[in-house]
Design a protein. Structure first.
Length: 334
């Protein structure tokens, strides 16, 4: 072994012997094994087309329900726009604030939301089944997957609306009094709690794998916290990306920034889903160098191969060759 191989082997032994290193490395490796970056890109693609009709529904419904309270309506809209850093800026913010509640706008928004939202839930179902290595023969068929997607769209959409309303009421105060600060903190806390429920339900229901609430709790907590941080600091990151791209792409830079932000959110969601998989199935430590692979590597590769069974009567069995041991003399020389 040369010095590079010996160094990598030493690093590998170190990370496998320390859980605080082995677990995050196993999550990152599982993310790469599942090609979850591509899955996140597909979710971001459908998510991009679902945002605008969803906001149209939201603003139109507020205009109808809170027609006599424009200040509260404005506060809740501002709270919702803070969840979308680019849309809340100068480019789209003024246009959204000018929308008035109406039946036609509401109907168009609902139709567009259902069409694009079903694409998001379908892509999310495929991603979760792939991450949990569910055999393809167990994936829901065309009709059942759409029914599940529609039910999830209603449930998750309701939670998102309630969470946004909580944030809106928390930010509705116009003074810096103690009560106003308390309302702001309470609104953020309630919104965080609903985000936790949102991810827990999504992680458990979007896959046909039999999971308990305990199985999805670690990733749900991490996702709720990271999503909140993404809403706070993601605006700065996206604004920086748009500022750098605006010189070349002009107005299209806003679209680029929005896609970047949605893709970051999709990646956070899938990374946290991988946390659930790795912890529930104890898929750590993972080896950095091969051969020989660690026991967790063998189980991951076996599950990945078995997940490609498309027919109920088809069966895939996985075997691993025993590592070839070098001659005794060469072992001593190395």
């Amino acid at each position: 072994m040369n010095i590079v191989d010996r160094t990598l082997a030493a690093i590998d032994r170190s990370q496998q012997s320390h859980r605080w290193l082995a677990f995050p490395y196993a999550v990152m490796k599982k993310f790469g094994d599942d090609q979850a970056g591509n899955l996140a890109a597909l979710i971001a693609y459908y998510g991009f087309f679902s945002i605008f009709p969803l906001l149209l529904v939201f603003v139109s419904a507020l205009g109808l329900v809170l027609r006599g309270n424009p200040s509260l309506q404005q506060s809740i809209v501002n709270s919702a726009l803070r969840s979308f850093p680019v849309i809340g800026g100068e480019a789209f913010g003024k246009n959204l604030h000018s929308i008035q509640g109406g039946g036609v706008a509401l109907a168009v928004g609902i139709a567009g939301t259902l069409w694009a939202g079903l694409g998001v839930t379908q892509a999310a179902q495929n991603a979760m089944n792939s991450i949990w290595n569910v055999p393809r023969k167990r994936w829901p068929n065309f009709l059942w997957s759409r029914i599940r997607g529609l039910l999830m769209l209603v449930v998750l959409g309701t939670i998102v609306v309630v969470s946004t309303f909580a944030g809106g009421f928390g930010a509705s105060g116009g003074t810096n009094s103690a009560l106003d600060v308390l309302l702001r903190v309470a609104g953020i806390a309630v919104s965080l709690a609903f985000n936790l429920a949102l991810f827990a339900i999504a992680y458990r229901v979007l896959t046909v794998a039999r999971l308990s609430w305990r199985d999805v709790l670690p990733g749900s907590v991490a996702a709720a916290i990271l999503w909140t941080l993404l809403q706070i600091f993601g605006g700065y990151y996206v604004t920086h990306q748009v500022k750098g791209a605006s010189n070349v792409y002009g107005t299209f830079a806003i679209v680029i920034g929005l896609l970047v932000w949605i893709y970051l959110g999709a990646q956070v969601t899938l990374y946290c889903a991988e946390i659930n998989v790795v912890k529930a199935r104890r898929l750590w430590p993972r080896a950095m160098t091969e051969p020989p692979p660690a026991e967790a590597d063998r189980r991951v590769h076996a599950e990945t191969a078995e997940a490609e069974q498309p027919l109920p009567r088809e069966r895939i069995e996985v075997e691993f060759d025993k590592p070839v041991q070098p001659p005794r003399g060469r072992q001593q020389a190395s």
